[in-house]
Design a binder for this molecule. Sequence first.
Ligand code: OOG
Ligand code: NI
Length: 456
Amino acid sequence: MTASHFVPADDIRLAFSDAMSRMYRQEVPLYGDLLDIVSTTNEQVLAADPALRAALSANGELDRLNAERHGAIRVGTAAELALMRRLFAVMGMVPVGYYDLAAAGLPVHSTAFRPIDNAALSRCAFRIFCSLLRIDLIADPALRDRAGEILARRRIVTDGALMMIERFEADGGLTAEDAEAFVLEALETFRWHGEALVDHATYRAFHDTHRLIADIVCFRGPHINHLTPRALDIDAVQAEMVARGIRAKPLIEGPPRRDVPILLRQTSFQALEEPILFREGDDAVQGAHTARFGEIEQRGIALTPAGRALYDEILADVEAARADAGDYQARLAAAFARFPDDLETIRRHGLAYFTYARSPALGEGPLPAGSPEALVEAGHLVATPITYEDFLPISAAGIFRSNLSGAAESELAAQSSQAGFEAALGASCLDPFGLYLDQEQDSLDALEKPIPEGAG
Ligand code: OOG
Ligand code: NI
């Protein structure tokens, strides 16, 4: 078997994300409504902004504009997490970033499985935010043991999916037929099950400890809990959700609306209460569980550690204002006045990542010597902002929390444990800052090379 027989990982990811989208729209019809709002709003934004349309078109981004950018799952054990790493590797998705959510009172820590190179991201940017239960944070020893037993018994991937993962690992790729089988089988892991693994009393016990624990432990597998399309104007989508009577999260997570969008803004509609059958011996009783929602995201420029430190500092200043959603957006906007809002200042202060290319004005001529900054100022280089492709722990905690309505917000005094997470994962999480820096550096390195003949 030669590599040319194999389907590119990007194509498998594309097929999988489309299949996941179809499944989720069927399972959660309100999510279909959200997609409609997003595509209508995106059309309006593009109609009003021909330059944006041209830019997206030039990047090949118009075709999949309304396609999902991410989804999220929660797994229960180290073995499950490692299995997810192997499953997502088939689709060219690797773990990037470590997010400690215990600090926000959530008994999980997380990574994002995502493609890392630009070509792959523009072909299909789909990624999965994946959280692992920190079983050690279940304080009651009996309940902790019970969780361990339940989780040890379940199998979250089908035999067919496992076979395809093993084939991929052995051969280095999947044929078209195998890739198709893989997508169908992999989808099963993320399907909703209206029947719990446990009786109602057990569910209640986990639920009363933390809703998130009940969601992770009591079901057959890590059902997809939301999908997230890309909104070109998140404020407009939020307003439209409210206008249609959809229970939108009261505030948009992340930075405020700005001329130069930074990092990531996110909002969601709140999770729905859904009927569940609980086993009681030979009988079943009807109950309910709240888990699944819809989210939207709008992405901006990736910040350097210095930019991120400033962002975190400003966010911490307004943290106390969060309780009042009405006031919060105004306070947030005021606080962010400290963060420069034009690309040039942001670049000069080293707050964000850029790629650099020769200015068309240079023609075929050699690139004069000088720092990238000096060359941009002299008009010899053009700087293009790099988009942030990762997540934000405080925002993620806000998204989690709004979908665990009623959950007590007690602090969890747990050590951040990236090493423990990585041991469970069986791999290390790539450093997002390193990826952006590499991208910036690669663009600079490419400038040094002689221009190939006939190019330009
Ligand atoms: C994950 C919540 C975090 C995001 O976009 O930040 C998240 C979850 O609810 O499982 O998806
Ligand atoms: Ni999300």
